[in-house]
Design a protein around this ligand. Structure first.
Ligand code: C5P
Length: 270
């Protein structure tokens, strides 16, 4: 997009300034995992993720306000750029982002499963003994992470650390809102045969200091979606998201040695 100033190029999304109070977020087809961007894009990915996020923003708007402005993204770009943004962009309010990744888990997977095996806890939350990989938790838990700087990996943190970062009032608000959002989405998805094992939300403050849901939500980039029919506790369930990319990277070899997470992404097999 040349008609708007580029504010930030993320791993997957490009953000453009629209005046000083709005952003055009463009979801590209880039694929990223473990802080690296894969060399090969997935055609149509940006559009699919945008459609999913818009679906969930609409469904969950009764729980918390979100950053969508309600205007068509196409209205703010030059006529010859409309095709580039159509279906893959959101026109949103510019917010002050809170420095916390608000992760909610209903099942044990990924870093949750790893931390539980080592400590019996996830982000300081004590869990019953005897849980297995992919076990359903007694209730959904809030397991925040830091928003790491570029090149650093996000780190799981305790709720007390969130209180130190943003104060008790905001910490409690985002915890409670995140659990309500996850629970509503997970109930809906379960009715369609999909388990939402876990997901990540991001929040910002608007000019009046209100908490607003931002970013993209409940997509395969920010969530684990498990088909109910193949779910088995104690296994790595098939996952309709980018888990297969993480799994592939974890076993990838470069020049006969395991791929180092700080190195550029290895090329995918032909
Ligand atoms: O890797 P981990 O188990 O901590 O991820 C938990 C959930 O949060 C997953 O659904 C993952 O996709 C999401 N997540 C994310 N962005 C991060 C960290 C986690 O979308 N930076």
């Amino acid at each position: 997009i040349r008609s708007l100033p580029l504010l930030a190029r993320g791993k997957v999304r490009d953000n453009y300034a629209v005046g000083n109070d709005r952003l055009l977020m463009v979801a590209t087809d880039r694929l990223s995992a473990f802080d690296v961007v894969m060399g090969e894009p997935i055609p149509g990915k940006g559009e699919l993720l945008t459609r999913m996020a818009l679906f969930w923003f609409d469904k969950l708007q009764g729980i918390v306000p979100n950053h969508l402005t309600g205007e068509a993204p196409e209205s703010v770009v030059a006529p010859d750029e409309v095709e580039q943004v159509r279906g893959r962009s959101m026109l949103v309010k510019r917010l002050k982002p809170l420095p916390v990744e608000a992760v909610v888990r209903g099942y044990l997977a990924g870093s949750g499963w790893k931390e539980y095996q080592e400590t019996g806890r996830v982000c300081g939350v004590a869990l019953p003994a005897g849980l297995r990989n992919a076990s359903k938790l007694p209730q959904p838990i809030f397991t925040p992470a830091t928003k790491a700087a570029v090149g650093e990996h996000d780190e799981n943190i305790t709720f007390e650390r969130v209180v130190e970062l943003i104060g008790p009032d905001l910490a409690e608000q985002i915890r409670d809102i995140s659990i309500r959002l996850y629970s509503a989405a997970a109930d809906y998805a379960l009715g369609k045969g999909i388990i939402i094992a876990d997901t990540k939300f991001e929040f910002g403050l608007d000019a009046e200091g209100r908490v607003v849901l931002m970013d993209e939500i409940l997509t395969p980039d920010s969530s684990r979606f498990w088909p109910l029919e193949s779910y088995r506790e104690g296994t790595n369930p098939p996952s309709f998201d980018k888990q297969f990319v993480r799994d592939w990277l974890e076993q990838a070899q470069v020049d006969g040695k395991p791929w180092n997470k700080k190195a550029p992404a290895p090329a995918l097999p032909p």
